[in-house]
Write a protein that binds this ligand. Structure first.
Ligand code: HEC
Length: 229
């Protein structure tokens, strides 16, 4: 009973949006391109799921409110709306969203808890290469770039650091890092560092040459606890 009500409500909303899109083709195209660009770039840089929800919600809510109000006020449906008005509202909502989300504290602390223990690196060079390619997410020595203070980029950076540390933290190696034994395989398979990390020319220091890669893998294999068996 409840589910069928929900489905019919969703249907009403979709019909409403579809009518709106047909009436305001220009707006629909602009919004479609903006949405695709936003989603595409967000996926490439590894935006956490809540980032999509918050940003799309913050833009959509005032826009929907404006459209519903304009439709209620006019006798004939949608007569008060124009492409120019709709786009103005959507751009204003986008701008407002960019300002409003700066108030969300997640991602601003840029924490680096104390270093309690590291693997017994085979050579200093092994550590040096690990610092370059991996410590940006898997250590308590994260260097936060200046753009990491601006939401939603700050959320992206923080979520990578949180998840990376949770998977393996090479600065807390004394605390039993269960997944550390996957280190060699993560590097040889190309799984790590994640492709989004070096996307758009970011973190060039993490892009190791073939020779450096071979050096790193040899060093990791000779470091206890980083490979299987
Ligand atoms: C941009 C942040 C980032 C960088 C840089 C990075 N990692 Fe990761 N790493 C992650 C995240 C996030 C996960 C968790 C992925 C998951 O659970 O699916 C992870 C998971 C891992 C795991 C656990 C894999 C498993 O299957 O158990 C290992 C080992 C690892 N990374 C090693 C490395 C090494 C070695 C480097 C450097 C060559 C590196 N990472 C660079 C973010 C990063």
């Amino acid at each position: 009973m409840k589910i069928s009500k929900l489905i019919s409500l969703i249907r009403v909303i979709i019909d409403w949006l579809w009518d709106l899109a047909k009436t305001f083709k220009f707006t629909a195209v602009v919004v479609g391109i903006m949405a695709l660009a936003f989603i595409g770039i967000s996926v490439l840089i590894g935006m956490p799921p809540f980032g999509f929800v918050v940003i799309i919600g913050f833009v959509a809510a005032p826009t929907a409110w404006y459209i519903v109000r304009a439709q209620r006020k006019s006798t004939s449906t949608v007569s008060k709306l124009t492409n120019v008005r709709l786009l103005t509202v959507i751009f204003a909502a986008t701008l407002g969203t960019m300002v409003a989300i700066q108030a969300i504290p997640y991602g601003r602390s840029h924490s680096n808890p104390p270093i309690t223990g590291e693997p017994q690196w085979a050579t200093p060079r092994t550590r040096e290469l690990m610092v370059r390619a991996c410590f940006g997410c898997h250590s308590n020595e994260v260097k936060y770039p200046s753009y990491a203070s601006v939401a939603p980029i700050s959320w992206v950076v923080q979520s990578h650091v949180d998840e990376g540390r949770q998977a393996v933290n090479y600065s807390e190696f004394d605390k039993g890092q269960r997944r550390a034994k996957n280190t060699v395989i993560a590097v040889t398979s190309g799984f790590m560092p994640p492709s989004y990390y070096t996307q758009f020319g970011r973190h060039p220091e993490a892009k190791l040459t073939k020779a450096e890669m071979a050096e790193l893998i040899a060093g990791l294999k000779a470091t206890p606890g980083l490979s299987r068996g």
